[in-house]
Design a protein around this ligand. Structure first.
Ligand SMILES: [Zn+2]
Length: 356
């Protein structure tokens, strides 16, 4: 049987969702069994395991190329952990995102890594779906570095070089309570908060349809007040803002400028955007390799949601996501195209060999 399919099936059978640390360890063991004879560094952070493979016994100071895959999946129905093949497609939770791609990366690494005259690594993590803090980020904090990273997320052979960053803010207001019939005697905290919300939504309006620009979503407005005839003296709101990569250094200040005093703005989350220039030499080579194998020049594109690549970019390491064809992302009918797994391996092989 097709090696990538049989390995992907083994990986899919393990329900490696974020809340099951034992399953995360087991899914990594499946990969490790296939990579006997390679150097491996084991990481664990907050019960989240991850691995880093390299050809020799010791970890290279800096990888020229790093292949990255996440082996965690979003939760699924029990039947989804029983993979099946139909009409050239492999079905199962994670088939597309991204155990199909991961199986291909593992096989390419296994076949080629020891024959290349430059350092190549394979990183397998288990927390991409929940932010990557204890996987990719933890490894980066502990001495991992590289010139360029490819994550095998499903992109249908297109190259994703940028995605938006995330800022989450809380707006908190304290006003003055009064009887609802005498509102001038109080200071309405809900009104104070909504004024700032309006300012933010005016600057970052919701586009009529998909558009490549910064957006803000008002997640909630809350107040402790449950009485109708009272001026609320406390209120808070949360906004989920997705900013463009070029705003990474300015977005916080821009938001602060929109606050209507005395509302206080608190940053509750800040995730870097993903960005690597489309003229990056590694991207150019990958375009050539893809063109040669598929006969088509791959598109370079942007996404609204990010991947672990942003964590590398935040440290000045170039990287993209690039992977096979599939469908039904995070749904009950998730699949990966089997032929595309073979094509994917051929492209990566050509790409890796082009540096020798
Ligand atoms: Zn993914």
């Amino acid at each position: 049987m097709n090696q990538a399919v049989s390995l992907a099936k083994e990986l899919i059978k393990i329900p490696s969702t974020a809340e099951k640390p034992q399953a995360l360890t087991r899914v990594l063991q499946v990969a490790q069994l296939r990579l006997k004879g390679f150097g491996v560094r084991k990481f664990i952070s907050d019960k989240t395991p991850s691995l880093l493979f390299y050809p020799g016994k010791t970890q290279p100071k800096k990888f020229k190329l790093l292949l990255n895959a996440h082996l965690d999946v979003v939760p699924g129905k029990p039947g989804q952990f029983n993979p099946s093949v139909k009409n050239g497609r492999l079905y199962g939770r994670g088939a597309q995102d991204m155990k199909g791609g991961a199986a291909s990366l593992i096989l390419v690494f296994k076949t080629l890594a020891k024959t290349l005259n430059y350092p190549v690594g394979l990183q397998l993590v288990t927390d991409e779906e929940i932010g990557g803090t204890n996987g990719a980020k933890h490894q980066l904090k502990n001495g991992l570095t590289a010139e360029f990273v490819i994550a095998g997320e499903p992109t249908e052979f297109r190259i994703n070089n940028q995605s938006k960053g995330i800022v989450r803010v809380d707006l908190v207001a304290h006003g003055k309570t009064a009887h609802g019939a005498y509102p001038w005697r109080g200071k309405n905290a809900v009104s104070l908060v909504t004024k700032t919300v309006d300012n933010i939504l005016k600057k970052y309006p919701v586009p009529q349809k998909e558009a490549w620009r910064t957006t803000a979503n008002l997640s909630w407005i809350k107040t402790d007040n449950q009485t109708t005839n009272k001026v609320p003296d406390q209120a808070e709101a949360r906004l989920d803002i997705r900013y463009l990569p070029q705003e990474i250094k300015t977005i916080k200040a821009s938001l602060k400028d929109l606050v209507a005093l005395p509302v206080k703005l608190k940053f509750v989350a800040f995730e870097p955007a993903q960005f690597t220039k489309s003229t990056n030499p590694f991207i150019k080579k990958l375009i050539q390799a893809t063109h040669k194998i598929t006969g088509k020049k791959p598109k370079i594109y942007s996404t609204h949601g990010g991947s672990d690549i942003r964590l590398f970019n935040a440290r000045g390491i170039g990287g993209i996501t690039f992977g096979p064809i599939g469908g039904g992302l995070h749904s009950d009918q998730e699949w990966v195209d089997i032929k595309s797994l073979n094509t994917y391996q051929k492209i990566l092989t050509r790409f890796l060999i082009s540096y020798t």
